[in-house]
Write a new protein. Structure first.
Lengths: 795, 179
């Protein structure tokens, strides 16, 4: 078999006949990537293009006394130098964040985190732009930095956000969910209550491609084209219109190939605005590409929750209630990209996969002198934090009850007949069949044998641990009525055109950053309309070419845009039915659809294929039948979908060095109907690696002055091939009842589910040390301290 | 200064600054944008190319240092319209997702197979350990290299990828035959 063509090659079954859910249809995007012909933002070269570099704050908190740009302006290759004051003159110094706060594009009054944007230079080449940054002299009056989130609300703490009128503290918001009285009552009558403080440290998505943009303003016709690393091109277009005051119909946002997103590329960053301003002022295309340290220190971080969790149960292990108090660090600006009504994202699903009686959460979010962000790194809007909380709490409870953690989970999992299940915090889980999924994982792992092996090893002084987690995700935001960002509801459009010769173009609003939409979306349409996937081109990531929608994050592409693709194909099929009835001269009621053709009921020989119909759609048609074969839909999801899964991690801890080795990792996922099993498996693999990274090594730390200690890939550690095992995956399939093809989304499941499995495994390995909890990241030094009787939170 | 080198078999000469990195020379001066850039500290390997047949991180080499030498980039893997088996391996075993690390991974693993036609899983992992992939979790990259190794040695007996022979438990609620 050769791999000459992109989409058509398949190792198992013919995907032309059965496009969805079977075999390994290879990806249509791969032929360009393996030849080095992907088109990423930084690959773009336009005639006369200039390069932009940003001067950033060296300190975390300080008043700007003066900015002197004369020397930089005198640099022979420099075309433009812009400061915050100059932006303020054009009312561009501040921009709205995605959560109703504002963020400085360039600082005017103060800098509020290390790495904040202070000025920018536009020059003839990359190197000259960087050189000129060094010629800008900024004088600061250093202010004490608010670094420790626990003392950020002290009266004595300096006020970070004095740009907000009347602001006298660092309070960002309070948020509450669940029933406090019912929860307290359940705790009062419980046999056992276990409480545990746990930190989910600040981490960073660090996609391999950093953020960047090329802005090209045409002063004659007033059009602005922005190629940018965005996961949400349409939302960005609207925001650019609002921020820059340009007419939206003259703005085109193009998101070409994107080198990984993981939520890092959802927000609007000052760099994008700077590139636009640079192009407006110079009349030339302007490219901005951030370096790795800019990416790690200034763009959207993730997590940063300190969670005090409590779990109440009966003596025999029936979980009654969960409550938690959360202190959330939102950095200097509230730049969270969560739906408006959900300031804490979907953290409310912290009751997990268990049928309990009551739950309550109270959260306080504060400002600190750190980079803004908060919802990123494949977290499904904070479900990562929620799942970590509940899965660690359940293990702490098992520890106190001296019960096997699997047994405890099996006793409490929501049962299949309870779906759709409404949680005690008001979330409706669409479908699930949890126990077989957990049992499948146990079977692959051979859990009993692992426990026996662990006993043997313990007897020999070795530290082996087995960690289990069960997660329920909530992905695919909307619906419209509940979810929006800045008033833009989370519903997504899709448009399908069938050409006269029977090939098709599908246009979708979401944007791939590696998920393979060009392949899977073609499969969805192929399944619905009977045109081979190879003959369907998927267009995405260009606001001029695609219908409006909110983009790719929160695992929403398949649940929302995927649904839109299926529905638009069905709509086209109904149009085709009318044309078929004319062609076959029968009434529509007499037509039967069989993949790819209509035939007359009772007379299968009288049939027309979708190809025949396509040609006729553009030819002679009877009166009353609209010509053409195309349609558009906007899909408003009925509810979220709830992928879920059972993960088992096996670790060995070296008693002499405290180094953790992940020996095995078993992941059984239920993401409903899988469109392309090969791609689904790949998504799981990637997420598991993220999870191991967060559990064992990744953390954006700060010193007491607010200096970021994770500003390079030397300091912010990401797993390489040597730190992760060969993943063992399995799948169960419980379709979503409300998704047109039963799919649920999978992109973030493994990132959500795997960190607690790893931590549970390490804590299990350390049983001889009588430790019930150790905070991430489980680096050798932190673990060594814990094993020496001194476990410390990372912040 | 003027530099001359052979890139993918072609002699190129350009006037450049002495400090210009090879990665930027390739990308900005030769428009060979398949070689990527991903970090400031020589950790990610997105920039890996060959210098005289050895993989190097082109963000750590000056264009001037490559003068007089032979450079091969991902664009030079395909020969006369024939994909290299390593390229086909990555397609067949889903060794890439966003594709940003892919050119570097391809160059490193092509070099590995040249020196070790039948590497073990551990040897493959070690060969790519100076590189980061944020998307794939590495297992499918390992399988891609194994696929290419088998392809080249003629030992790949079926079209079934090593990736797919894993046992998959199923508790299907939906019947196997969907319309
Ligand atoms: S760009 Fe990261 S190692 Fe060269
Ligand atoms: S495929 Fe995205 S970084 Fe490797």
């Amino acid at each position: 078999m050769t791999a000459a063509a992109g989409g058509r090659v398949t190792a198992f079954v013919d995907n032309d006949i059965r496009p969805v859910g079977r075999g390994r249809m290879l990806r249509k995007e791969d032929p360009r990537f393996i030849r080095g012909r992907g088109r990423f933002v930084d690959d773009l070269q336009l005639p006369g293009m200039l390069h932009l570099a940003i001067l950033r704050a060296p300190i975390a908190h300080g008043r700007i006394l003066s900015v002197d740009i004369t020397a930089a302006e005198a640099h022979p290759k420099v075309k433009l130098v812009v400061t915050g004051v100059m932006l303020a003159e054009r009312s561009l110094a501040w921009m709205p964040t995605l959560s109703g706060d504002v963020q400085a594009v360039l600082a005017t009054d103060k800098v509020r985190f290390q790495g904040q944007e202070v000025a920018f230079v536009v020059a003839e080449d990359r190197y000259a732009a960087r050189d000129a940054l060094e010629l800008i002299a900024v004088e600061y009056e250093q202010l004490p930095a608010v670094v420790d989130v626990r003392t950020a609300l002290d009266r004595s703490a300096p006020v970070i956000r004095d740009d907000v009128e009347g602001k006298t503290d660092n309070h960002c918001f309070d948020w509450e969910t669940g029933d406090k009285a019912a929860t307290d009552a359940a705790f009062a009558r419980a046999d056992v209550a276990v409480s545990q403080e746990m930190v989910y440290p600040r981490v960073h998505p660090a996609p391999l491609e950093t953020c960047g943009a090329v802005a090209d303003y045409d002063a004659v016709d007033g059009t602005l084209t922005v190629w940018s690393t965005t996961q949400a091109p349409h939302a960005h277009r609207t925001l650019f219109a609002i921020v820059a005051g340009l007419p939206e119909h003259k703005i085109r946002v193009i998101s070409p190939d994107i080198g990984g997103g993981f939520g890092n590329k959802v927000p609007i960053y000052p760099g994008y605005i700077c590139a636009i301003v640079g192009s407006l002022l110079t009349g030339k295309p302007v490219k901005w590409t951030e370096d790795r340290s800019e990416n790690l220190t200034s763009t959207a971080f993730a997590r940063d929750y300190i969670m005090h969790g409590e779990i109440a149960a009966t003596r025999d292990g029936k979980i009654l209630a969960i409550r938690t108090n959360v202190l959330a660090d939102h950095g200097a600006f509230n730049g969270v990209a969560a739906p408006t009504k959900y300031p804490a994202g979907f953290f409310g699903v912290f009751t997990g996969s268990y049928d309990i009686e009551a739950a309550h959460c109270a959260m306080t979010a504060v400002y600190t002198n750190k980079a803004p962000g908060g919802v990123a790194y494949s977290c499904s809007f904070r479900i990562t934090e929620a799942v970590y909380l509940v899965e660690r709490l359940v293990d702490c409870l098992a520890y106190e009850l001296k019960m096997d953690p699997v047994e405890l989970r099996l006793r409490n999992l929501i049962r299949p007949e309870q779906f759709p299940y409404t949680t005690k915090t008001g979330w409706v889980y669409d479908s699930g069949n949890y126990e077989p999924t957990l049992r499948a994982a146990l079977r692959i792992a051979d859990y009993e044998a692992l426990r026996r092996e662990q006993q043997d090893r313990r007897a020999r002084g070795e530290l082996m641990g087995i960690g289990v987690s069960f997660f329920t995700e909530a992905v695919g935001a909307g619906p419209r009525k509940d979810m929006d960002i800045m008033g833009l509801a989370m519903a997504d459009g899709s448009e399908l055109r069938i050409h006269p010769t029977g090939t098709a173009v599908l246009r979708v609003s979401c944007q791939t950053q590696g998920q393979g939409h060009e392949t899977t979306f073609a499969q969805i349409v192929a399944e619905e309309i009977g045109i081979p996937p190879a003959d369907i081109r998927v267009v995405h990531g260009d606001t001029d070419q695609t219908p409006f929608g909110l983009g790719t994050y929160g695992s929403r592409s398949t649940p929302v845009s995927g649904a839109a693709a299926a529905l638009v194909a069905r709509k086209v099929r109904e149009k085709a039915r009318l044309i078929a009835s004319a062609m076959l001269e029968v009434s529509v009621a007499d037509l039967v659809w069989e993949k790819g053709s209509f035939y007359v009921a009772g007379d299968p020989a009288a049939s027309v294929t979708i190809r025949d119909i396509a040609m006729r759609a553009y030819g002679d048609l009877p009166d009353g039948i609209e010509g053409g074969l195309e349609a558009q839909v906007c899909y408003n999801p009925e509810n979220l979908t709830n992928p879920n899964g059972a993960y088992i991690c096996v670790v060995d801890v070296d008693p002499g060095t405290a180094v953790v080795t992940v020996r095995r990792f078993i992941a059984v996922d239920d993401c409903g109907v899988r469109i392309n099993p090969m791609i689904v498996e790949g998504q799981v693999h990637g997420g598991l690696t993220d999870g191991v990274g967060m559990a064992l090594m990744e953390m954006i730390a700060f010193d007491e002055d607010g200096n970021c200690l994770g500003g390079s890939l030397m300091d912010y550690l990401i797993p390489t091939a040597l730190e992760v095992p060969d993943w063992e995956t399995g799948f169960t399939e419980t379709p979503s009842p409300h998704h047109p093809i039963g799919a649920k989304g999978v992109g973030e499941s493994a990132t959500v589910g795997s960190p607690p499995a790893v931590v549970n495994a390490v804590v299990d390995a350390l049983r001889p040390y009588a430790l019930r909890h150790v905070d991430m990241p489980l680096t050798p030094s932190r673990l060594w301290e814990a094993m020496s009787g001194n476990p410390r939170p990372p912040i | 200064m003027q530099v001359t080198m052979i890139v993918n078999g072609e002699r190129v000469t350009r006037d450049v600054e002495g400090r210009l990195l090879l990665v930027h020379f390739l990308r900005d001066h030769l428009a060979l944008t398949g070689t990527h850039w991903g970090c400031d500290t020589s950790n990610c390997g997105a920039c890996a190319v060959w210098l005289d047949g050895e993989p190097v991180k082109s963000c750590t080499v000056l264009a001037a240092m490559a003068a007089g030498h032979e450079v091969r980039t991902v664009e030079g893997l395909e020969q006369l319209g024939e994909l290299d088996p390593i390229q086909r391996g990555f397609m067949h075993c889903h060794g890439l997702q966003c594709g940003f690390c892919t050119p570097g991974m391809l160059m490193t693993t092509r070099a590995l197979l040249d020196s070790n036609p039948n590497p073990s899983e551990q040897e493959i992992r070690e060969a790519i350990s100076g590189q980061i992939c944020r998307c794939t979790g590495y297992a499918s990259i390992v399988r891609s290299v194994q696929w290419a190794a088998a392809e080249e040695s003629g030992t790949r007996t079926s079209t079934v990828d090593p990736a797919s022979v894993r046992s998959e438990p199923r508790s299907r609620e939906r019947t196997a035959d969907r319309p």
